[in-house]
Design a protein around this ligand. Sequence first.
Ligand SMILES: O=P(O)(O)OC[C@H]1O[C@H](O)[C@H](O)[C@@H](O)[C@@H]1O
Length: 528
Amino acid sequence: MSMTDAWAAVDAAAARLRAVHLRDLFAGDPGRFGRLSWQLDDLTIDFSKEKLDAAAIESLVALARAAGVEALRDRMVAGEPVNLTERRAVLHMALRGGADAPAGDDVAGTLDRFLGFAEAVRAGKVAGSGGPFTDVVNIGIGGSDLGPVMAARALSPDRDGPRLHFVSNVDGAHFADTVAALDPARTLVIVSSKTFTTLETMANARLARDWLGRHAAAQMAAVSTNIAGCAAFGIPQARVFSFWDWVGGRYSLWSAIGLSLAIGIGAEGFRALLAGAQAMDRHFREAPLERNLPVLLALVGIWRRNAMGWPTVALIPYDQRLERFPAYVQQLDMESNGKRVRRDGTPVATATGPVIWGEPGTNAQHSFFQLLHQGTDIVPVDFIAAARPRAADAGHHALLLANCLAQGQALAFGRTAAEVEAEMRADGKPEDEIARLAPHRTFPGDRPSTTILFRELDPFALGRLIALFEHKVFVQGAVWGVNSYDQWGVELGKALAGPLIAALRDGTPAEADASTRGLLARVRELGR
Ligand SMILES: O=P(O)(O)OC[C@H]1O[C@H](O)[C@H](O)[C@@H](O)[C@@H]1O
């Protein structure tokens, strides 16, 4: 089938379903949950509260076939340079045994080496001048920060090593506030940067070196592909942990970029994280498209974005420890698929990556859910929840999950004006008050959500969850025809910052537009 025909079939399904309320879809098919939810072991994804049906899914799977998703996946796994603009392979799966690494790249040996270092730090065999390390500060940004910071928070019950801290922002307040209560004689600083040239990270690394003072030589480590850069900065080779250019920054948690996390949770926990991702890799490589979880998650996203035309997605983990997961997925997804040209450089014909945003529930219910329920835009929601709590109160967990399920219900089914009026009447409210308030208290419903549910948030489940989203991003990129593995869009701002830094530091005149010149002058005036 051609892509044109495949898109036409998806659009026809959307035209058929757009005006059908979710209430009617449920009323018309009592077996809807069974038909539209999928499992991989304890991991369940329920799409039955999305505005689609089995025939729509079939049309989406046909679209994925027409786009050649399977062939591109196999080329990625085979190590072909599917990152076309940078002529690089995309093999983060090889870091967890989900694919083979290029010959000569010793993934297992490198993993053993950084996990060995992590264990030595945990055991106090590698120590600071004041004794065993009590604290570890990871300095990095983007992919060299978000993975470890997200996972360190998610796996706090597994953390029995030194305390972990993360400094990313070039705002000096981030470093200052982070180290305020730390003892430089008992703190290990890890500089994590694939390139070892990133402005923020290098500025913070210099600040850390000064803060450590005489401890610096013995208490810094680095994670990078730029070994020469680490040496030039003064980090001894024995403390440098490397990875490879076939690992994209936002896909690098599985590499030595995860060192801080490994120090926190230990080698065994880190290997369990990798095993969870590997389980998802295996499923992604082997399951037919119609039962393939990341493929289905991607296709439902395409349905929302292209067939229904909804531009954003709210990612709402009902899990406080996943509070940084939306930020992590923002980079993973928006930096990968926020693209406007196809792999061959021609403009895309369809909308591409959505805006992803979110906060944990139940907090989000008390802030922006009002707009989700009664606003004028449809915002599809991805709920994520674990069936059982880890190191938390079981009674609280029931409250948490009940709220998660209730929000999905409220979004999908709403509350009609007739229901509101009947309820108010039963409460004995006068007719004029019923007439006055009913429109405000009516919920239109018909608002879609997907629920991702698993047993509990342990390292294995987290690894599997992250890999699910990684592969989802791959599949969407394949269908949209974009290169999900470069990020040229972040370059222009970096280049423009150069002359502005000089202008702010020493008043060097900057060639800039009238607005920027005006703002510079104002900063100089106010900053004096
Ligand atoms: O690891 P680094 O080389 O320091 O890069 C850190 C981050 O900065 C860049 O600007 C990219 O947008 C990110 O994809 C990357 O993860």
